[in-house]
Design a protein around this ligand. Structure first.
Ligand code: NAD
Length: 474
């Protein structure tokens, strides 16, 4: 998919193009801009792994795009489409993403060029552990160096293999668990990380839909209730985003997985679709829904909000004219080619860019990293203190008013925050605050015509200041 990302630009060139478009609205000298844009370090590796009776030579990458803040941070992808250009582009997006949501990391990304579905768990474990050893050999992993996370084709299981391999190569390192995020909770993970990106997508689009002025322009009312939504890709990001949209009162009218797409203008029940897929091996032929002629056609459905949550370059110069959505939420990285972006901006579609919208994952990864470094669960110290304080307040109110509240009301009012409550709160605040910051830039910078450019300006300003304050070696 990434090989034919665009007729004119590779994925990385597309990112550079967006950067150049935005950098004109910043005050930084050419050298600083060149340094922000450049990919600092690229590690390309090949290593052998015995699979059954044969030895397979695996191709893999890790890219550190920026060291203006360390460690570097970014997911690891398992996909046959992995190539150097793709990993460089994804690492660059990570730098801008972290800056936008004020997460103090440089951008990084990793990829292993495999189809994860073709291997047994044991084989995947061997590949992942060997990849981790290669990173360790070259000093490309560590709590203060470079901290991977899940991405396309990987999840908590792979992250725990990485953490364990790193820990065994670094015996006694107190902070070893902070070498990777997205781990299972039992292995040093944080509650709320699995759903973080999808939940962040939901918070971000909900915030975008709260501005009457912006919704008026699209011919939409404010709020998510009743808005029609289409989601492409029901993996970690897409599934959770769809779940929160349905929970928030939106109507899921179209869903797609790699085997095909389904449509029902009356709405699709997400859990029922997932159960149907588990039972039959496919989302197709879901009762009450119609199958689309191809999975890609889902992008052209009539809807208010379109959420591509699979891979890059799915909306191109060719299909962009057929897109009918009024809002596109880029849950995936780079789902629009530069040509598509131009066409959709001209059409007046509100494109909420990846470098903001899918930053929920890295935001909660940051919280996980902090938890690992502090060696204490969020909420452990304050939960009981908060509950006791709330109880005192309720008791005072009851005695002053001579009224008693019910047991249920008391339970609601007294509940102190658990770890997951604090994580969701930090994520929600981040997604709302960052949207408002980007929107302000969009509204107040003459000549800026789209939210992506505004988001890039926001990122460049923050990374640029960091470089200036860091000083450049003579
Ligand atoms: P995932 O592997 O969990 O899920 C991706 C899903 O997309 C899979 O179920 C796959 O079968 C499906 N898919 C593949 N091709 C498709 C097609 N043509 N049509 C429909 N569905 C298709 O991956 P993920 O972690 O959900 O990542 C998805 C996207 O989100 C990627 O672009 C990734 O870089 C981005 N992202 C992920 C995270 C994260 O925390 N996992 C964070 C930020 C951004």
């Amino acid at each position: 998919m990434s090989a034919n990302h665009s007729n004119e630009y590779s994925f990385f060139q597309g990112v550079e193009r967006n950067f150049d478009k935005a950098s004109k609205f910043t005050r930084f000298e050419k050298g600083i801009l060149e340094q922000i844009k450049a990919c600092n370090s690229v590690l390309r590796m090949k290593f052998p792994v015995r699979i059954g009776d044969t030895i397979e030579v695996i191709e893999a990458y890790r890219v550190q795009h920026s060291h203006h803040k360390t460690p570097c941070k970014g997911g690891i992808r398992f996909s046959l489409d992995v190539n150097q250009d793709e990993v460089m582009a994804l690492a660059a997006l990570m730098t801008y993403k972290c800056a936008i949501v004020n997460v103090p990391f440089g951008g990084g990304k990793g990829g292993i060029k495999i189809d994860g579905k073709k291997y047994t768990p044991f084989e995947l474990e061997k590949i992942t552990r060997r990849y981790t050893s290669e990173l360790a050999k070259k000093n490309f992993i560590g709590p203060g160096i470079d901290v991977p996370a899940p991405d396309y084709g990987t999840g908590a299981r792979e992250m725990s293999w990485i953490a364990d391999t790193y820990a065994s190569l670094n015996p006694g390192e107190l902070n070893a668990l902070a070498c990777v995020t997205g781990k299972p909770v039992s292995q040093g993970g944080v509650r709320g990380r699995t759903e973080a990106t999808g939940l962040g997508v939901y918070y971000g689009i909900r915030e975008a839909c709260s501005f009457a002025e912006d919704m008026d322009k699209l011919g939409l009312s404010t709020g998510l209730k009743g808005k029609t939504v289409v989601v492409q890709g029901l993996g970690n990001v897409g599934y959770h985003a769809a779940k929160y949209f349905q929970g928030g009162g939106a109507v899921l009218v179209g869903l797609a997985e790699y085997e095909g797409a389904i449509y029902n203008p009356e709405g699709l029940d997400l859990e029922a679709v997932m159960a149907h897929r588990k039972a039959t091996g496919s989302i197709l032929n879901f009762p009450g829904a119609s199958n689309l002629e191809s999975a890609g056609k889902v992008l052209e459905l009539e809807c208010d909000i379109l959420i591509p949550a699979a891979l890059e370059a799915v909306i191109t110069g060719e299909n962009a004219p057929n897109v009918k959505a009024k809002i596109i939420g880029e849950a995936a990285n780079g789902p629009l080619t530069p040509e598509a972006d131009e066409i959709l901006n001209k059409k007046g579609v509100l494109v909420i860019p990846d470098i903001y919208l899918n930053a929920g994952g890295v935001t909660v990864s940051y919280f996980e990293w902090l938890k690992n470094l502090s060696h204490v669960r969020y909420g452990r110290l304050e939960k009981r203190f908060s509950e006791n304080t709330y109880a005192e307040i309720v008791n005072i109110i009851e005695s002053l008013t001579n009224k008693r509240i019910t047991e249920m009301e008391r339970n609601i009012m007294l509940k102190g925050p658990d770890e997951v409550d604090l994580i969701y709160s930090g994520l929600e605040d981040t997604m709302i605050g960052s949207y408002q910051e980007i929107r302000e830039i969009y509204k107040n910078t003459e000549g800026v015509e789209d939210m992506r450019t505004a988001a890039f300006i926001c990122a460049i300003n923050k990374v640029g200041v960091a470089y200036e304050e860091l000083g450049i070696f003579p």
